[in-house]
Each structure stands twice: as C-alpha cells, then as structure tokens.
Design a protein around this ligand. Sequence first.
Ligand code: GUN
Length: 289
Amino acid sequence: MTATMIDGKAFAAGLRERVGAAAATFTARAGRRPGLAVVLVGEDAASAVYVRSKGKATVASGMESIEHRLPADTTQDALIALVDALNADDAVDGILVQLPLPRHIDEQAVLIRIDPDKDVDGFHPVNAGRLATGMDGLVPCTPLGCILLLKDRHASLSGMEAVVIGRSNIVGKPMAQLLLKESCTVTTVHSRTRDVAGHVRRADIVVAAVGIPAFVRADWVKPGATVIDVGINRTDAGLVGDVDPAAAEVAGAMTPVPGGVGPMTIAVLMRNTLVAAHRRAGLPAPEGL
Ligand code: GUN
C-alpha cells in the first residue's frame, strides 16, 4: 500500500483564500481592516524569516500588519510595556510575540501579559484553559492546522485511536485536547513512555511532534493509519520530519515534509486573527474556516 500524501500546501492556500474573502467582508462591515501585530526581539535568523513570512501573509490576506523589531538587549519591562500598548490599541486584533525570546527575558511573564482575546498564538493559560474546558477561545496554530487536515481526510474522527508523540505546550498538549474534543481516544506518549512503538502500533491517527528526525519508524505504523508529521528538522540531508518517509508505504495517508503541516501554521494564524477581529467587533464568527 502507498499512502495518499496530504497536500498541506494546497489546503493552506485554500484556507488563506477563504480568510482573505472573509477579511474583505469584515473590513466593509467594521470600517477597518483586521490587524495583526508581530513582535520580534533580537536577530535570530530563523525568527526573522518567520516574521517576514507572517507580515507578507497578513498583507496578502487584506489585513493590517504591524511589525515591531526590538534590539536583542531590550529589557523585559520594555517588552511588557509594548505588549500593554498593543493590548490597549483598538486597531490591533492579534498579538504575536515571536519565540524564542533572548535568555534574559522570562517568556511566560511576557505571554501571560497578552490580552487572551488578542492571543492569536493561543499560548496564554486562559486560552489553554478554555480549550481544556470546551469554551470558545484562540487555539494554537499548528495543532489546529493538523486537526483541519485530519477533518478534511475523515468525515468524523469519533472513536478513533489517536496517539500524540510529544507533550509541548505549543503542539502536543493542545493537539491532545483537540483530538479529545473530536471524540478520539487519545494517548500522549513522551520521552518517559515505556513502549512508544506499542502505542503507535494501535493508532488510527498518529501526530508526531518530537523534533527528532525520522523518530517514528515505518514498522510502528498500523496499515491504513493517518500520519501527521509536525517535525521540521534541519539535517545534513536537508529538511526531515519526525516520521521515516518509508512509513508512507504502510500508512493510509501521510503529510510530507516539507509541504504538509508547515504551510498550515501561517494560514491558521491568519484565520485566528480574523476570528479575534470578529469577536472583538461583536460580529458572529465567520463560517467555513
Ligand atoms: N516560534 C516558532 N514557532 C512559533 C509560533 O508558532 N509562535 C511564536 N510566537 N513563536 C514561534
């Protein structure tokens, strides 16, 4: 068997198209464009690339991009003062502070200061709590992108065995919550799990987010399973996911790296900004996103 490769790039392009159309409707109704503020502290090269891509995607979606680039020696107090100013600015619907922050800044202290209703990364504990309790909130972009791909592949995820590999606050934990919300039976495996292969072998859905090249071996994958590879590992052999590409011989469907989950993250960030703008303006949530 050879897996259907899930085309995240095409799905993300479609999502961005729908967001762009809904953003135009918002602008006509609200008399202003949705606005996303992105804050970059320091000169990390990868972060600078991400921030540029986010700014471009924001403008391409018909939204206002507000960029703040601060020097690497910016104090935590100065960064928090900027977050406070963005919280108070009515033209700003979404705030994203690019991670990682320089070592002298406490990331949690900054993230907790962002207005939860502008927290388009979904990293604030209030949004984590809303997700865990089934309230409307903002959901982290990468796991939400994975769910959109899964729901595109399966009409219902109800009753499926899902195994999430990794327990980060950014991917693993919110991913498990989202799968639970879809009525999957969810297992989270991590570095202390005794028999990772044994768990993965039972899974109808595997989401790999460990950051170890080709960690999930082909012989761990149940024939026909849907495999979502969140890994983006830069190796001498180029960009490699967390799943051995040979797993595509066993899986029913699988995301490639690159071109799978990666393109979804920014598309979902655009979606989250649009959703935040609607909620802040008291407008009903846009449909079909
Ligand atoms: N750095 C790497 N990924 C992310 C992300 O999704 N959000 C933020 N804020 N920083 C990141």
